[in-house]
Ligand binder design. Structure first.
Ligand code: UD1
Length: 425
């Protein structure tokens, strides 16, 4: 099993370049199914989740050329051979569900196994289903021996007005892609406003879609008859950027986090500043200076964008364990996203939880331990804690980390961290 070994590190120094956004590229790849023409994506991070999405596209009949060194992927789906997603790929990555909207729009049919719950909660897809039904699709849940599938079918989708009960990222993406080829106008009220939604809308518009309002609280989509191929460069990964900002802070280092968009991480900047970390905008990124003093405690509440991102909550928790005084963290997006608490406590964090709230006493003297990445961002949090913990921290189940971080150990060691990744054969 692959493991990451981390020693307490001196203050990190240097420059780290942020890659393309995982959560943007997955729906962008799914969107390429909407056209028979070739599409080219640049700035694609070399991640396990991207590999899984490419396998999924191939299973539908796409020709996919991956050039991980060049961070480029070319997809051409001249014909869709099948609109049924294989169970093993959907199990390996929940985000596979975003293929459903494009398949339904292009072929009139889509069948996807229900991905089921995961470490951070139940994660139903009822809002996606409601959206497809509003566009006139017949949506069915089919029970089979090896699990439950969701099927949607429609001769031609029809534009509709709808309100999302919760601003779900995946549902907004799926509905936007399906509505792009629907007949007539679709209006989504209370959509997700994440930068990844804007990136997807920009790509779809390059393909010939007519989408307005992405990034605001109403999205309007005028359906078109067909879409063409397009080229697009993926936006930088705001969660990866926030993780390196925290790595600089937790080691009292001074790092330039390069190739990022500061306005995508406004709440993370604000909360780090409240804790006493100095942050300055430079030409292409942010200079993060942890300074020599102890950090101040602060309270965090996760919310849909532009609120504090749930995907940075575990990493910020790792940081606040060593702040002076008590902090509270409230998770409102997922019902069970505190798996990292048990692992951080093995390192001496002393965190307690009650429902959706975590209480951090602060002032922890972290020590190395053998810990487990229970999910992607938990893994990142443990690596950050390891940088500040006395002795050696060994993180197992590293495959979770590799779903979403390209060369985390390599980039951190480039900043002077004492970290190595070892593959056990
Ligand atoms: C995306 C991100 C993930 C991030 C999350 C929230 C990708 C590939 N993943 O996930 O990293 O943590 O946004 O910012 O982009 N929900 C329902 N019914 C639905 C859909 C969602 O109840 O049909 C609930 C979920 O259970 C969850 C909440 O809504 O509690 C947020 O989910 P959603 O915004 O859909 O997240 P994802 O798109 O799955």
């Amino acid at each position: 099993m692959t493991k990451i070994f981390i020693q307490k590190s001196e203050p990190l120094r240097g420059v780290v370049a942020i890659g393309g956004s995982k959560n943007a590229v997955l729906p962008l790849l799914a969107a390429t199914l909407l056209t028979e023409e070739p599409c080219v994506l640049d700035g694609v991070p070399a991640l396990k989740d991207v590999e899984v999405m490419c396998r999924l596209l191939r299973s539908f009949g796409a020709e996919v050329t991956e050039e991980p060194e060049a961070h480029r992927i070319t997809v051409r789906t001249a014909v869709i051979r099948t609109s049924e997603a294989p169970q093993d790929l959907v199990r390996a990555m929940r985000a596979s569900v975003v293929a459903m909207g494009p398949l339904l729009a292009r072929t009139g049919f889509a069948r996807v196994p229900l991905p089921g719950g995961c470490a951070i909660g139940d994660r139903p897809i009822n809002l996606h289903e409601k959206g497809f039904a509003a566009l006139g699709a017949e949506v069915r849940t089919v029970r089979e021996e090896d699990g439950v599938c969701v099927e949607a079918s429609a001769d031609r989708l029809a534009g509709a007005e709808m309100y999302l009960d919760f601003a779900s990222v995946g549902a907004t993406e799926n509905i936007m892609m399906a509505a792009a080829l629907a007949q007539g106008t679709t209006i989504i009220e209370n959509p997700a406003q994440e930068p990844e939604i804007v990136d997807l809308a920009n790509f779809l518009n390059k393909m010939g879609a007519r989408i307005k309002g992405a990034g605001t609280d109403v999205i309007k989509i005028e359906g078109v008859d067909c879409l063409r191929g397009a080229e697009h460069c993926v936006i930088p990964d705001r969660i990866e950027a926030a993780t390196y900002m925290l790595a600089a802070a937790i080691t009292h280092g001074n790092v330039l986090v390069d190739n990022m968009l500061p306005n995508h991480v406004t709440p993370v900047i604000a909360k780090l500043r409240e804790s006493g970390v100095r942050i300055r905008e430079e030409e292409s990124g942010l200079r993060v200076d942890g300074g020599a003093k102890n950090f101040l405690a602060t309270d965090i509440k996760t919310l849909p964008y532009p609120g504090f991102p749930t995907d940075v909550q575990p990493q910020f928790m790792a940081f606040l364990t060593i702040a002076d005084g008590a902090s509270t963290i409230m998770e409102t997006v997922f019902e069970n996203r505190f798996m990292h608490i048990e692992q951080l406590n093995l390192m001496g964090a002393g965190i307690t939880e009650e429902g959706r709230r975590a209480f951090l006493p602060g002032g922890a003297r972290l020590h190395g331990a053998c810990v487990r990445a229970t999910d992607l961002r938990c893994g990142a949090a443990l690596v950050l804690a390891g940088l500040a913990a006395k002795g050696e921290t060994v993180v197992s189940d590293v495959y979770h980390i590799e779903r979403g971080y390209e060369d985390l150990a390599g980039k951190l060691s480039g900043l002077g961290a004492q970290i190595r990744r070892e593959e056990e054969l």
